[in-house]
Design a protein around this ligand. Structure first.
Ligand SMILES: Nc1ncnc2c1ncn2[C@@H]1O[C@H](COP(=O)(O)OP(=O)(O)OP(=O)(O)O)[C@@H](O)[C@H]1O
Ligand SMILES: [Mg+2]
Length: 314
């Protein structure tokens, strides 16, 4: 991973935003050359490939030639069928997974491992069950060596942000799913990450809780000026929350489309009734369900199968 280049430092400053919300988004297009990102991009991914070893010298390609970027202060969603490599992509950006080829740059520096500059909320509930809510939120701050008094203040502030001030001393098992995800988000936000990575954070929630969590994350984004890369299966969620959407193809994951969303940062739930919103839902639905030109006609379901492997001779 990282192709032997120097990685970014563990701690970085929070992205700042003006009172009205977000910094201006820079236009994109040009790709960074080796070892440097495009100015204004928080994240640059260039030619990313990921192969998983599937035994006896055989490999499964999960991601193939992924090019994408996220501007500073931008909210970008990744949509794609189950098994197309969305979690793998996020894990690579988080530094939890090695990539096989290509570049992953945060602020122009290659990712070589996990760091406090990137906060992650995982697809499955991932709180430490033996730690209270406050202790869960404090975890990254403890790892960073923050003094106890400062840590307690930061945790208090974060629990206020996620509306869980009265649950500081409660264990996760006593919380609802939505509350647990709010703790996970508070934990990810605690070290003031430059880049927040959300892997289907609301996938397991009922429709009503999901709606309120969408409002919540939208508010967090606006208030903190964070840069967010979020994976979701839910097309309406992606259109409602994002500045841009990348649609990944299945098997292996490639960028099939990049879709700008025209609603601005201060959108309200009524945007969901805007005809443009409904048109976007239809357009993306068609994209996700139409076969790629190079799809094999045998009717694969988008999941990787044991046969979808290739052999590497070494
Ligand atoms: N550690 C691993 N070893 C081998 N194969 C893996 C590993 N992790 C993921 N894969 C394979 O890579 C492909 C992509 O997996 P990934 O979890 O990234 O998909 P996903 O798009 O997040 O799916 P979902 O929407 O169901 O969460 C899958 O086919 C999976 O089987
Ligand atoms: Mg996943």
């Amino acid at each position: 991973m990282g192709q032997g280049l120097t990685g970014r430092s563990a701690m970085a400053n929070t992205v700042t935003a003006d009172d009205s919300g977000h910094p201006e988004h820079s236009s994109a297009g040009e790709h960074p050359s080796a070892g440097e990102g495009v100015v204004g991009h928080k994240l640059d991914i260039v030619g990313l490939e990921k192969d998983f070893e599937s035994g006896r010298g055989r490999f499964t390609r999960a991601l193939d030639g992924i090019d994408l970027h996220v501007d500073t202060g931008e909210f970008v969603c990744i949509l794609g069928a189950s098994g197309c490599g969305k979690s793998t992509l996020l894990n690579i950006v988080a530094g939890l997974e090695h990539h096989t080829a290509g570049q992953v740059l945060v602020d122009g520096e290659p990712v070589v491992g996990p760091g406090a500059d990137r906060g992650m909320v995982f697809q499955a509930y991932s709180l430490y069950p033996w730690r209270t809510v406050a202790e869960n939120v404090a975890f990254g701050l403890e790892c960073a060596g923050m003094a106890k008094a400062e840590r307690s203040e930061r945790v208090r502030e974060l629990l206020g942000v996620v509306g869980l001030s009265n649950f500081a001393d409660v264990l996760p098992k006593k919380l609802s799913g939505g509350m647990r995800q709010r703790v996970a988000i508070a934990r990810a936000l605690a070290p003031r990450p430059d880049l927040l990575l959300l892997d289907e954070p609301f996938g397991a929630l009922d429709a009503q809780t999901k709606r309120s969590m969408q409002e919540f994350i939208h508010l967090v984004w606006r208030r903190t000026g964070s840069t967010i890369l979020m994976v979701t299966h839910d097309i309406a969620e992606a259109v409602y929350l994002s500045d841009r959407i990348y649609v990944l193809t299945s098997r292996p994951g490639r960028v099939g489309a990049e879709i700008p969303i025209p609603f601005g940062a201060d959108r309200a739930p009524r945007v969901k009734r805007d005809p443009r919103f409904l048109d976007l839902l239809d357009e993306i639905e068609d994209m996700l369900h139409s076969p790629r030109p190079d799809d094999d006609p045998s009717g694969h379901d988008g999941e990787l199968h044991p046969d979808d492997t290739y052999e590497v001779l070494v």
